[in-house]
Design a protein around this ligand. Structure first.
Ligand SMILES: Cc1cc2nc3c(=O)[nH]c(=O)nc-3n(C[C@H](O)[C@H](O)[C@H](O)COP(=O)(O)O)c2cc1C
Length: 389
């Protein structure tokens, strides 16, 4: 069997030109050299991943349609024609009332608002100045109505995207058919086999099987168990392994378990191109795997986050109950703004997976990708040697 070549980091040319292309079905589907898919809210990360031979996917989250247009235009201007995608929140499971009209700050549940206000007051974190409009602006952005989501989708479809990923629930069949009619592929995140089967039924082209190690909203099944179960259940649909991948050994494991590629989120948070506060990045580099805890404190749904004094406060006796989506996110907006402005390292938190324990220093996106590919090459070589001996 042919030996696997090493990738040069930093490489003078895209590694495909050095004869290193990988041929999984997802490389063929998207015309990419390495089946590394990157979820990021940061446009610079998306561009760098795609330029390095993978596929960047912009997490649209709570962007307004106008903001999304600006971000996508910027990506188009910088990505050099490389393929990329978008990941949209279609809020079909969240509180219908909160998603049908604008919510004003005064309407937010006061028990939770006052609890958080006192917590930060006691820690000496300054309040927002009187007359500051940023809180209402942020809360309005979280009021993502279905109409606004669809507007975001329509804007995205006017750009040369190659993939739309639906983050919450099963995409409606009409939406999948509409996206397909434009020659664009559709993917969906799942944490359980039954969800994967529902997505297959809905007509998606690929499944992202996300294990419980992941940053952000997660289920309870770990990647090692989930990936092969989903691969078998949805075959021949291609599956991307997600949750706990930031190294080549983990990529090799995902491919060995039947995945056709990997989908990473946490690892980009610590890169040079990530727009996180420097203080937040420092906290990530100092964190251990066990500091990425599952908590309902951010959005009301279980999500893996970096432990901080804010996440801990919600677990204390006497803490108010968690609200549903999107109310919990809304009541968290004022403390988030206060903590970020104060750059308070003890209270700063963000979604991140258990792989945070391996993130030790700032690297460029390109370096991260080449490190993954080099370790993948070493691992594959080792496996081939084990078999031939
Ligand atoms: C900061 C952060 C925010 C995330 N937000 C979303 C989101 O809005 N939509 C989504 O589909 N996935 C989201 N995710 C999950 C990622 O898409 C991805 O599945 C996950 O990060 C993979 O596991 P990893 O964190 O171990 O790399 C988020 C992940 C992180 C780290």
């Amino acid at each position: 069997m042919q030996a696997v070549r090493k990738y040069q980091a930093p490489a003078p040319k895209p590694f495909a030109k050095q004869g290193n292309d990988m041929k999984t079905s997802l490389c063929e589907m998207f015309g990419i050299e390495a089946p590394i898919f990157a979820f990021s809210h940061c446009r610079d990360v998306v561009v760098e991943v795609s330029k390095a031979g993978g596929l960047g996917v912009l997490g649209v989250g709570y962007y307004t349609a106008e903001q999304l247009e600006v971000e996508l235009k910027w990506i188009d201007d910088h990505i050099g024609g490389r393929p990329y995608g978008v990941d949209l929140l279609m809020p079909n499971n969240a509180d219908a009332e909160a998603h049908s009209r604008q919510i004003h700050v005064e309407e937010l549940p006061q028990e939770q608002v006052q609890f958080l206000r006192k917590l930060l007051d006691d820690a000496g974190i300054p309040r927002l100045p009187d007359g500051d409009t940023s809180l209402q602006e942020e809360v309005s952005r979280i009021t993502m109505t279905k109409a606004e989501s669809l507007r975001c989708l329509e804007i995205a479809l006017k750009h040369p995207i190659k993939l739309v990923v639906n983050a919450l629930g099963t995409p409606p069949r009409e939406m999948v058919d509409h996206v397909h009619s434009l020659g664009i592929k559709v993917g969906s995140l799942v944490g359980k086999v039954e969800h994967a089967l529902r997505q297959k039924e809905a007509g998606v082209d690929l499944i992202v099987a996300q294990g419980s190690e992941a940053g952000g909203h997660t289920g309870t099944i770990s990647s090692m168990i989930l990936w092969p179960q989903v691969v078998d259940a949805v075959a021949p649909l291609p599956v991307l392994g997600a949750g706990g991948i930031a190294r080549g050994r983990q990529m090799a494991a995902a491919l060995a378990l039947g995945c056709e590629g990997i989908w990473c989120g946490s690892v980009w948070l610590g890169t040079t191109q990530s727009d996180l506060l420097p203080e937040m990045k420092e906290r990530l580099y100092a964190a251990k795997a066990e500091d990425a805890v599952q908590s309902r404190s951010r959005t009301g749904k279980p999500a893996r986050l970096l432990k901080s004094k804010l996440t801990e406060a919600w677990e204390q006796p006497g803490a108010p109950k968690f609200l549903g989506m999107p109310w919990q996110t809304m009541v968290n907006t004022e403390p988030r703004l206060r903590i970020e402005r104060a750059r308070n390292k003890e209270f700063l938190t963000c979604p991140v997976g258990q792989i945070v324990g391996d993130m030790k220093e700032e690297n460029t996106v390109k370096q991260v990708i080449y490190d993954i590919l080099n370790e993948y090459a070493d691992t594959t070589e080792r496996m081939i040697e084990l078999v031939s001996e």
